[in-house]
Design a protein around this ligand. Structure first.
Ligand SMILES: [Zn+2]
Length: 286
């Protein structure tokens, strides 16, 4: 409708210019068009927003809108909008953002529903040492609420940490995604962990190392254990160092003295027996 009016107005304007121009009449047409359009827009705004207390603001918005419509380079038009109602597609829990290894507050991450399918995390991370290179590959069970790259980064940082095994024995850890890796470090649901750990009994709660497999229980990776008092990152350091420690030939050690750091080769997931949480093989009881 506005377009029709405008083109009519343009046509009329051309015609009037052809006849030598009658400014007063053109002005009156323009003023008339302006006020009719303004009243129409105000009417629409008032119908859409019956809230009387906001009418002054809306009137101000409406006049801004009219100016902006006639002058394309003006400030952006402020148009009242409604917040869209969430649709059915938003009712599914959202996956954590790519950089998150912890779930966003309020959502429940999946750490138990098992698909039984493993996916290799693509990419590699160079060793930071030169002694006896040991290659490992990170695999994650499909459907778990973890970001593969973030998990792989956390594992590599743990293995190459100055407090880790590299400081105690001739080994350098290098991450690969190739099939011929020396070690597979697998993050899996309790169900798949139990299968991959056989003949060991992990009971849905523990992690393990069997042959070339280090299997990290996703439930523990997400929630750690009560004795770690919410220090999930530290527990992740512990479980990686403990299980890889088995792959390097280390057996279990008990808590030597209450109140001192637990040995990394203690089965800390089963309890600390008075020792303090400790994730690093270089930190000993004093
Ligand atoms: Zn163990």
């Amino acid at each position: 409708m506005t377009t029709t009016r405008r083109s009519r107005q343009r046509a009329g304007s051309r015609a009037r210019r052809g006849r030598g121009g009658r400014h007063s009449r053109r002005k009156s047409y323009k003023a008339q068009w302006f006020s009719v359009t303004a009243l129409a827009v105000l009417g629409v705004v008032m119908v859409v927003h019956p809230d009387a207390t906001r009418q002054t603001n809306l009137a101000a918005q409406f006049s801004g809108a009219v100016v902006a419509a006639d002058a394309p380079v003006q400030a952006p038009v402020v148009v009242p909008t409604e917040v869209p109602t969430p649709t059915a597609t938003f009712t599914k829990p959202l996956r954590p953002a790519p950089t998150l290894t912890r779930p966003p507050k309020g959502s429940k991450p999946n750490v138990v529903v098992s698909t039984g399918r493993l996916q290799v995390v693509a990419g590699s991370s160079k060793a930071n040492g030169v002694r006896d290179k040991l290659t490992y590959r990170v695999e994650i069970e499909e459907g778990l609420s973890f970001n593969g790259a973030a998990v792989a980064t956390a594992i590599h940082k743990t293995l190459t940490d100055a407090r880790g095994w590299q400081a105690l024995q001739p080994v350098s850890f290098e991450r690969t995604d190739k099939p011929d890796a020396d070690l597979r470090i697998i993050l899996a649901t309790p169900t798949l962990t139990d299968k991959l750990c056989l003949p060991l009994d992990t009971g849905g709660e523990l992690s393990c190392r069997v042959e070339d497999r280090v299997v990290l229980n996703a439930k523990r990776w997400m929630y750690a254990i009560p004795a770690y008092a919410g220090k999930v990152e530290l527990y992740r350091n512990y479980v990686v160092n403990h299980e890889v420690g088995h792959a390097l030939g280390h057996g279990h050690s008990p808590c030597a003295k209450a109140g001192t750091p637990a040995p990394v080769m203690m089965q800390q997931t089963k309890g600390l027996a008075g020792c303090l949480p400790n994730a690093w093989p270089t930190i000993k009881a004093t």
